[in-house]
Design a binder for this molecule. Structure first.
Ligand code: MEV
Length: 321
């Protein structure tokens, strides 16, 4: 039987995290660490899933029970299949295998990459025509069904690839001209819980609405400015904007000592600027560095307890192999 293989990239948020959830823009880049999903039809009315990276092996479920009692590691996969079947009025036994080039701990958006990869693979398998925007909308439904919150920026990175200007819910998705992005990425060793952090910010928003709105407004100004500086490759100014964004994320209460240590280490080693990337609470920080400062920034990040991840920005979006 026909087998479809699809890969989708992870992402790094460059500017605008959290504010994007409140309707402001953000800038995200796809990274060259991908999730690969293969899908083929079977004739046994079951969905079988192998996802060894998340500890799911030999999983099998009757089609009639899709969406019930799903192991944590494959919720996006299974709900993605269910939503596809519902939308296109399809039903078929499937064998799905997913493999990731990166750990789901890093905050690279493994959930969104796997959602995009499986939905795209199913569209190919069943010859369903889906534009990028339609693929986004269907995947966004899956994300909201599973985790209830999220702007969908990571889906846009996984679908379009490159570096993107994004407004929540996919209201604006624009590819930005930016072939190179000299980043160093440091992982804190702590897995962040994105939904919990989004909810924490929601609590802050409720109790300190004026303050939160002021922070989001300032972040929004930074993101708009960053778009121009990025396209001009003005790394010095872009670094400065990263520092300013980081300060506002600290005011929002989502940075941590571990993130701050790695950020300071990179800055002391001569980075143009540095900030947390994503929800905060752990995961990764990013630093913008010159070629000359790269090695010392990496060394200082390692010395401060971080793990340097060798990833490149601006990667290709979803690909059918
Ligand atoms: C998490 O990586 C980024 C947040 O803005 C959440 C979201 O946009 O879905 C905190």
């Amino acid at each position: 039987m026909k087998e479809i293989e699809v890969s989708a990239p992870g992402k790094l948020m460059l500017f605008g995290e959290h504010a994007v959830v409140y309707g402001h823009p953000c800038i995200v880049t796809a990274v060259d660490q991908r999730i690969n999903v293969s899908v083929k039809q079977t004739n046994n009315n079951r969905v079988e899933i192998e996802a060894p990276d998340v500890g799911v092996v030999g999983y099998t479920k009757a089609l009639s029970l899709l969406g019930e009692d799903i192991p944590k590691g494959i919720r996006f996969l299974e709900i993605g299949v269910r939503n596809f079947f519902e939308k296109f009025k399809e039903q078929s036994g499937l064998k799905i295998v997913s493999r990731s080039e990166f750990s789901s701990e890093f905050g690279f958006g493994s959930s969104s990459a796997v959602t995009v990869a499986v939905t795209k693979a199913l569209a190919e398998l069943f010859s369903a025509r889906l534009s990028n925007q339609e693929l986004f909308n269907l995947c966004y439904k899956t994300i909201l069904d599973v985790q209830g919150v999220g702007s969908g920026f990571d889906l846009a990175a996984a679908i379009w690839g490159g570096t993107i200007w994004f407004v929540a819910g996919g209201k604006e998705i624009t590819s930005l001209a930016c072939e190179e992005l000299p980043l160093v990425v440091g992982y804190t060793g702590i897995k962040a819980d994105t939904s919990a952090l989004v909810r924490q910010v929601a609590v802050f928003y409720k109790s300190h609405t004026a303050k939160a709105e002021e922070i989001f407004e300032k972040i929004s100004v930074i993101v708009r400015e960053a778009r121009s500086r990025l396209e001009e490759k003005d790394w010095q100014s872009l670094g400065q904007l990263m520092d300013e964004d980081q300060e506002l994320l600290e005011d929002l209460g989502v940075s941590t000592v571990e993130l701050a240590n790695l950020i300071t280490a990179a800055k002391d080693a001569g980075a143009y600027g540095a900030k947390l990337s994503g929800a905060g609470g752990g995961d990764c920080m990013i630093a913008l560095v010159s070629r000359e400062a790269k090695a010392s920034a990496e060394e200082e990040i390692s010395k401060s307890g971080g793990r340097v991840l060798n990833v490149y920005a601006n990667a290709k979006g979803v690909v059918v192999k």
